[in-house]
Design a protein. Sequence first.
Length: 104
Amino acid sequence: MPHQTFFNLPDKKRKAITDLAIAEFANNDYKNASITKIVKQAKIAKGSFYQYFEDKKELYLYLVDLASKEKLAFMRQAQPPETNMGFFPYLRWLFRGRAEIRVK
């Protein structure tokens, strides 16, 4: 989990760092994702990054946690079209709903 200093940042700055990190990991595998690129685009010192996160792994796990929470929130609020759907129709409905979120 990030250090408290990350959560003390203004929402806009915290969101910018998070969005840039998501983009970096989306465009590169873990090994090639670059903290240097993230901090450069975020216009923060590399030392500041290490006041927010222990290392790249902690940042990555934070992003995975955020994605999991977002997915869970979607699944909790979404209502299936039928209340008595079978397991496989329900599973297809969930996957379609998730695919629609990614397109937006």
